[in-house]
Design a protein around this ligand. Structure first.
Ligand SMILES: Cc1cc2nc3c(=O)[nH]c(=O)nc-3n(C[C@H](O)[C@H](O)[C@H](O)COP(=O)(O)OP(=O)(O)OC[C@H]3O[C@@H](n4cnc5c(N)ncnc54)[C@H](O)[C@@H]3O)c2cc1C
Length: 492
């Protein structure tokens, strides 16, 4: 009779700071039985998206996932193990393996997404039917335990941060194992190709901020380049940047798939502070990682409410569904260079900086009044760092239906462009048709004299679109609509 212990890898594609892998390996060693490290490629994650009907995992994220799986397999093989790749719904795939291989225990990290939690419930049920012991815990955040129940997570971020900073110390990452029990004679399975996943083999544009290569070794390299290059020390001043590799850490894609844990990043920040001293910037990295924790807990607390049009606050904003306007936004053809440059960067590379995300999100919801879920879904498809809690949490916020204490928060696009791309470098990088317009003027082509446009070889309406809305009038209309929705919510 065969026996084995199994680890179901999910968004934790690493060997360092993986207490689950260590415990499973110890148990397999004690019993002298194989350890099966399994990843399920779930076809539902590659099927059509709910609102746009596009493949849910776009080409950049699909490529990053395959690279991360290949890297995990290589690391496991170095330790005497290997990654077993299977395709299908997890409860079916794992249920079949459990029966055939005589699994005694299954280890996995619990996730906060509603689909992820539902997949877990089905896996647990299927393991129960085969008599397999399930051992699962969460390990996504900086802290093991929070000083409140999930349901009592503070409503706003600043209250959450204050409690956490007062009461908690960070959990230290655990070392990577130095060897692992082998997988026995079980078939390894093959990684699919991008085409088999329904994703096109698109390479990111050469103007991309960095080359995002999936996998734990690349994540660790990026972390040390960011810190050793001195960029952590100036992060607070540079983090709203738009051009270049080092204005922010760019670690989000690796965090999203768990190629690196936030605790490993936090430990590297602390080590740097111990050697060179702390400053506002080193603290700010911890502060941003706390935002990630906060959105994780918010999703755990609110569940499905985070995905509804009225958001977790239940504000019944009458969103528009103008698909032509949405398409102009999606493809970077709105006539507002700050929005268009960022949207084209996302379309062509799978990444956009945080300042860009806030602006394009504000424009979609506060000027065009379009259902924020369309924007969130496009981000889900396209972002190489897509993460359900951070994406849907931030979109709730941006759309004004999340826990934002500041009411109708609207970004004035040309003002933001002046503050964050004053020289127009980002706009000219992504909008070559405006390349002849000098300095920050590139952000307001509609204000320029015909002669200036002519000299720059730009004809508005032909080379580059006229602005698709009047910024002030559209935000006033949307503000009134949002305030009406707030008032009707209070009456209920
Ligand atoms: C509308 C919108 C959608 C977003 N969708 C995602 C998403 O799907 N996945 C994602 O990881 N982030 C998302 N963010 C948050 C943020 O924009 C990205 O984490 C950040 O731009 C990634 O770049 P970085 O790794 O260089 O970040 P850095 O500035 O270097 O920050 C370090 C880390 O802190 C965390 N972090 C920073 N800002 C935030 C934030 N606002 N919310 C949560 N975590 C944060 C991330 O893990 C990030 O990697 C979204 C923001 C907005 C406004």
């Amino acid at each position: 009779m065969k026996h084995a212990i199994a680890v179901w890898f999910r968004t934790d594609l690493r060997i360092a700071d993986n207490s689950l892998l260590i415990e499973a390996a110890e148990r397999a060693l004690e019993r002298n039985i194989p350890l099966h490290c399994v990843y399920c490629i779930d076809p539902r994650e590659f099927g059509p998206s709910e609102h746009l009907g596009l493949p849910r995992t776009g080409p950049f994220r699909a490529r990053f996932l395959l690279e991360s799986l290949a890297a995990l397999d290589a690391s496991l093989r170095n330790l005497g193990s290997a990654l077993l790749i299977r395709r299908g719904c997890p409860h079916e795939v794992l249920g079949k393996l459990a029966r055939e291989e005589g699994w005694t225990d299954l280890y996995f990290h619990r996730l906060v997404g509603t689909e992820e939690a539902s997949a877990e419930r089905r896996v647990v049920k299927s393991m129960g039917e085969s008599g397999v012991e399930v051992r699962s815990w969460r390990q996504r955040t900086l802290h093991d335990e929070y000083p409140f129940e999930v349901a009592a997570t503070p409503r706003v971020f600043s209250a959450f941060r204050k409690v956490v900073e007062k009461e908690l110390t960070f959990a230290a990452p655990v070392e990577a194992p130095t060897s692992l029990p082998g997988p026995g004679d079980t078939e390894r399975g093959e990684l699919p190709t991008l085409e088999e996943l329904g994703a096109s083999d698109t390479l990111p544009d050469k103007r991309a901020v960095i080359v995002f290569r999936g996998g734990e070794p690349s994540a660790l390299q990026r972390l040390s380049r960011f810190i050793e290059g001195g960029h952590l020390r100036t992060y607070k001043e540079t983090r709203n940047g738009l051009v270049g590799a080092d204005y922010s850490s760019k670690l989000a894609p690796w965090l999203a798939l768990g190629c690196i844990s936030c605790r490993t990043i936090q430990a590297a920040v602390a080590e740097h502070e111990a050697l060179h001293g702390a400053n506002d910037s080193t603290y700010w990295m911890t502060f941003e990682l706390l935002w990630r924790d906060y959105f994780t807990l918010i999703l755990a607390k609110h569940g499905g409410e985070v995905f509804r049009p009225e958001g977790l606050q239940g504000i019944p904003v009458p969103w528009e569904r103008d698909l032509d306007a949405f398409e102009a936004w999606r493809t970077g053809q709105t006539g507002f260079p700050l929005v268009d440059a960022n949207m084209r960067e996302l379309l062509l590379t799978g990444f956009m900086g945080n300042r860009g995300r806030q602006n394009v999100g504000s424009f979609l919801t506060k000027n065009l009044g379009i259902d924020w879920r369309l924007g969130a879904e496009w981000f889900e498809i396209q972002l190489v760092d897509y993460d359900v809690a951070s994406n849907y949490g931030n979109w709730n916020y941006t759309a004004g239906v999340g826990n934002d204490a500041r009411g109708f928060r609207y970004f004035h696009i040309p003002k933001q462009a002046g503050m964050y791309d004053g020289e127009g470098r980002h706009a000219r990088l992504w909008l070559p048709e405006l390349g002849g317009l000098p300095g920050g003027e590139v952000h307001t082509p509609w204000e320029l004299a015909t002669e200036t446009l002519r000299q720059a070889g730009v004809t508005l309406g032909t080379d580059y679109p006229h602005p698709m809305v009047d910024l002030e009038a559209s935000q006033r209309r949307q503000r009134a609509s949002w305030e009406g929705a707030m008032a009707s919510q209070k009456k209920r």
